[in-house]
Design a protein around this ligand. Structure first.
Ligand SMILES: Cc1ncc(COP(=O)(O)O)c(C=O)c1O
Length: 384
């Protein structure tokens, strides 16, 4: 029987539907067990939660792979775990990685502080200039890593020219699309080989779980699973169950995040207390054309630069009532963060400028509240 073609909202709820048995629970139970009975003498693979083959881990991965349009996927203990294992699955000692300059601060640190011990070198490039990608390729280059939309500046990259270069030189293209979720953007449709996501964010959506996932072709995911078992990165079954529950509402949450992001960005763009708004849904955004062509929604993340620089931003953060000042993003509740104190802590003024973070920049994660209430909160915080 061929699988029916289903919409993403339906997949987010059911995964690939299977025939139901009488009295089977509608909601799959949590298999909170480290291990499973093994038939004596059987040479079938044993079930052990650290192996990533607990039923909660497996059904979650299947659903996520379907949403990304991937052959296979695997969940791990955090977004950083997904990033590290995805890279280790395609890189060997002596290899060279080309990475976008615009990436999450944690990923930047992983590359700068950890990859050297594996003999992996990294070159950062301006992701908007295909010529630079091409020029930076060495004999030892094996992979390209980009993040889109970019944390925290909400730039959007065009994958097509980068994927063409990756294909021409036989490089693996890894894309972190945490800020989009598979509802808004599916990198595999644009030539990526592996998708990385922090499930802590939109997939789970309730700011109560840490998790990550990698999706791609079966052989590469098998390699990620091999590493997951050895490096001990398994996701707890309860966390897997919570993420799967969160994913049931992913599509409707994204519709609301998209609407609230646009409403908030449109309001801020007209406010005299604001010098710059970065939201790909605004026509004046430098990547609006790319975003309109490649995304199915512009998301809930908004970058805003306030008049008054760092002290203006601090006053704004202290005044906000609904937007909670906390790291992380993409939950049902609106959050706000200052990358100078979170993802880009300890970076020099030059490095911040390089990452596109101006003094006075803060990152808003618009939740699913009423847009009017979010705007009223921003308005009172911006009042003189
Ligand atoms: C784009 C991006 N990728 C990866 C991560 C890491 O995710 P986690 O905190 O789940 O390890 C983050 C965290 O903020 C992120 O913003």
């Amino acid at each position: 029987m061929t699988a029916p073609r289903l919409g993403r909202s339906t997949i987010a709820v059911h995964g690939i539907p299977e025939p139901r048995r009488e009295n089977e629970p509608v909601v799959s139970p949590i298999m909170q067990s480290a291990t499973f009975v093994n038939a004596v003498g059987s040479d079938r693979e044993v079930m052990y939660t650290r192996y990533g083959n607990n039923p909660n881990q497996v059904s979650l991965a299947r659903k996520y792979a379907t949403l990304e349009g991937a052959e296979d996927a695997v969940f791990v203990a955090s977004g950083m775990g997904a990033t590290s294992l995805a890279h280790l699955s395609v890189l060997r000692p002596g290899d060279h990685l080309l990475a976008s300059r615009w990436i999450y601060g944690g990923t930047l640190k992983l590359f700068d502080e950890e990859f050297e011990r594996f003999g992996i070198t990294v070159t950062y490039v301006d992701p908007t200039t295909p010529r630079v990608w091409r020029k930076s390729i060495r004999k030892t280059t094996r992979a390209i890593f980009i993040e889109s939309p970019v944390n925290p500046t909400i730039r959007v990259l065009d994958l097509t020219p980068i994927a063409a270069i990756a294909k021409e030189f036989g490089l693996a293209l890894l894309v972190d699309s945490t800020f989009a979720s598979p509802i808004n953007f599916r990198p595999l449709e644009h030539g990526a080989d592996l998708v990385i996501t922090s499930a802590t964010k939109y997939l789970n959506g309730h700011s109560d779980v840490i998790g990550g996932a990698v999706a791609g072709t079966r052989p590469v995911i098998e390699e990620v699973v091999r590493l997951l078992r050895l490096w001990g990165q398994a996701l707890d079954p309860h966390a897997a169950w919570l993420i799967e529950r969160g994913m049931k509402t992913l599509a409707i949450r994204m519709a609301r995040h998209n609407a609230n992001g646009l409403a908030v960005a449109t309001f801020l763009a007209k406010h005299p207390g604001v010098t710059e708004v970065s939201y790909p849904g605004l026509e004046r955004h430098p990547d609006h054309e790319i975003a309109a062509r490649t995304l199915s929604g512009y998301g809930g993340m908004v970058g805003v630069t306030l008049k008054g620089g760092i002290s203006g931003a601090e006053r704004f953060l202290r005044r906000l009532r609904l937007f909670i000042h906390a790291p992380s993003l993409a939950g049902v509740e609106s959050l706000v963060s200052d990358p100078r104190h979170t993802s880009h802590k300890g970076r020099s003024a030059e490095q911040l400028a390089d990452a596109g973070i101006a003094p006075g920049f803060v990152r808003l994660s618009c939740g699913i509240e009423d847009a009017e209430d979010l705007i009223a909160d921003l308005e009172q915080a911006l009042a003189r």
